[in-house]
Design a protein around this ligand. Structure first.
Ligand code: PEP
Length: 255
């Protein structure tokens, strides 16, 4: 595991103010686990409230619009989530690619706008089961990342995180083997080295996401080139999310 592991909870469309107690508990425990960078991405409606409740953990958004402002009823811009307290935004999640028709070009436009607004980005990628069964997972994911990445004028290591999330592993209880995760993450690392050079790309963490839970976190986080986890279902209670954070804290560091 390179650098400080990054464990991010994606609450998806879950959570009202009654869930702020979970965020508080996660924050309190994380203050004793400084070895791990911990963050939550609550729904838009809770970003400001979570930001106000926490001291240690980061807060992010699950999406933002591709343009800065304008007549887009119901949408939320990058500068709005920044103003609410978000420091990063998750983009290109497979649930948005599938149910909102987001393609690589749109993800790239959103990522560019988010960076311009001053947000860090977590760029999601991942193959379907059909693509994996056809033996095309790595080329699919590499093409997807290439086509979704924005221009990064500053230091990519400071603003970019990649989350590899095989679609068939999200919310299903199924996970790839640690070998398969390591192989995909090495391919993503090679792309990052090609794009940003050895030194800069070393600071870009590559998260694994898909059915991570306290029981499998230690094994999945120990896979080659895994720099943390993006966690859906198991991030909804402090108890299960902190089980994953603790597993990350217990990993031997290679530095
Ligand atoms: C996700 O959707 O980002 C995710 C990883 O979900 P889960 O942990 O529930 O599989």
């Amino acid at each position: 595991m390179a650098e400080r592991p990054f464990i991010v909870g994606n609450w998806k469309m879950n959570g009202t103010r009654s869930m702020l107690s979970e965020a508080r508990a996660i924050d309190r425990a994380s203050q004793r686990l400084m070895k791990v960078e911990v963050a939550l991405a609550p729904p838009f409606t809770l970003i400001h409230a979570v930001h106000k409740e926490v001291q240690q953990i980061g807060v992010g958004a699950q999406d933002c619009h591709s343009v800065e402002e304008g007549a887009f009823t119901g949408d939320v811009s990058a500068s709005m989530v920044l103003d609410a307290g978000a420091k990063f935004v998750i983009l290109g999640h497979s649930e948005r690619r599938q149910s909102h028709g987001e393609d690589n070009a749109l993800v790239k436009a959103k990522a560019q706008t988010a960076l311009n607004a001053g947000l860090r980005i977590i760029l999601c990628c991942g193959e379907s089961e059909q693509v994996r069964d056809a033996g095309d997972a790595e080329s699919f994911v590499i093409d997807q990342i290439r086509a979704s990445l924005p221009e990064i004028s500053g230091n990519a290591g400071e603003v970019l995180t990649i989350a590899y999330e095989p679609i068939w592993a999200i919310g299903t209880g199924r996970t790839p083997t640690a070998e398969d995760i390591g192989s995909m993450h090495r391919a993503i690392r090679a792309l990052l080295v090609e794009l940003y050079g050895e030194e800069t790309s070393a600071a870009v963490r590559i998260l694994y996401g898909g059915s991570v839970n306290p029981g499998n976190a230690a094994e999945l986080l120990a896979a080659d080139e895994v720099g943390g986890a993006l966690v859906g279902g198991a991030s909804l209670t402090a108890e299960s999310f902190l089980g994953i954070v603790l597993a990350a804290a217990d990993l031997p560091s290679d530095g």
